[in-house]
Write a protein that binds this ligand. Sequence first.
Ligand code: GRF
Length: 203
Amino acid sequence: MRKKRIVVFASGRGSNAAALRRAILEGSIKGELVGAVCDVADAPFIKTASSWGVPVIVAERKGFVSQPDFEAYIAARIEPLRPDLLCLAGFMRLLSGDFIKPYAHRIMNIHPALLPAFKGLHAQRQAVEAGVKVAGCTVHFVVPDMDAGPIIIQETVPVRDDDTEDTLAARILTKEHPAYVRAVSLFCDDKLEITGNKVHIRD
Ligand code: GRF
């Protein structure tokens, strides 16, 4: 089977993107990292990705007149990389239907909540404030609506009485990395089958 070509997108620290890269190097993801995209010019992720030996595309929304211009810039730079899969890993910007369309069911995102609960920013704070007893993370395919789209994998963690947004976020993050690695690995092994809004994992 041909190795899938993967581009990672991040806006900040990039620990999920780094976990994916590690898994690729170790062989637990049978893919190839071919590029990185960042939309924040001073994000730590840029420094990290710069040592990876792949093109790092930096584009800030404020540098463009419109969202379509911003997206067209990124699209034109990732296209020559011939990606099979785009992995949004802490990429804090919504992508439009026009951007997503050519990559339908080939863009994944990780969200630090058990979707469809607690979409959007500060998902872990939302969970603490709601008083839920179980929280977690979701890896899903991306559709134009925020934090929606067919769910591939979810992992749970307990919420403790004294949790803050930060302590819960740290606990969830330990589950995010392996969950994202598993979802990407299943994709690379052609094990994900999508029917409507559901993802079936083939044996
Ligand atoms: C993660 O919690 C991810 O789920 C969320 O933003 C955070 C990014 O962390 N979307 P990192 O940049 O991958 O370290």
